[in-house]
Design a protein around this ligand. Sequence first.
Ligand code: AVJ
Length: 322
Amino acid sequence: MNVYAPMAKTNAVDDETSTFAQDVIDGLSQHPKHLPPKYFYDAAGSELFEQITRLPEYYPTRTELSILRDRGEAIATVIPEGAALVEFGAGATTKIRLLLQNCTLGAYVPVDISRDFVMAQAEALRRDFPTLAVYPVAADFTAPFALPDPVRAMPKVGFFPGSTLGNFEPHEACAFLKSARDILGEGAQMVIGVDLEKDERVLYDAYNDAAGVTARFNLNVLARINRELGGNFDTGAFIHRAIYNRDRHRIEMHLISRKAQTVHVLGNTFSFRAGESIHTENSYKYSLERFNALARGAGWTPRETWTDGAGMFSVHALVAEG
Ligand code: AVJ
């Protein structure tokens, strides 16, 4: 079995719990209160996110999939034969499977902070593609990490689907693209999915679905704090709110306290005013021009852009040149 394990951690779970604890305490101590969106995705949150991707109002996932499907042959032309495809963040394997239909990879390198998740993803792919070399890397992909030795001599292609870039502040998005360029090296390609600015009603509905799944997804972060950090949030005392911030081109998700209340987490007391918000996520929306400018600023040359017919979502090919 190919298992590339750069960090032999014995206390991985404890380390993960203590960074979670620290980030929660820091975020709830600040004004305005906030929590990092990466903590949405425990087992329950990942399942809720899967449900979100199937909601009629949530267009990004199905639109990106339709672009990867319909433009698969064109997208495959930027992936050299024998390339190592490095996926930043290991999601469902649906998207990489679509790419695999049109190209012959030298290796697939999923990179994710969750070792269990990235190993399970690698196993699932190995079962269905027995000849594909899969080298999972357990690492935080926003920080520098080493590529597995066997892929060093291969051409590199980064893959960052799902508009995960939208969760980053513009300066963080730039830093991530620079770091990816450093990791992949001069001459590398990058295939990246980016959600686009559009009618505000469409954006609003995508994050305020009628079935309330996004509300449950948002509230799950409080339930997770209760489960993993012994918090005592009354999840019924907070409401989901998602708004479009036009000036900053972003959807903001908040959890609003229904009343004045205090909550305890790991010996810390946090007071809430009635109506006070915990800012839980930003989801930035780009124009093609603003994304291309961001990419150029990070050392990537825009090579090609594919969008769906309605211009809802975009997939970009970038090259690390010059
Ligand atoms: C996974 C970050 C792309 O911003 O649309 C979905 C997360 N939040 N509904 C997004 C999310 C609320 C999603 N990303």
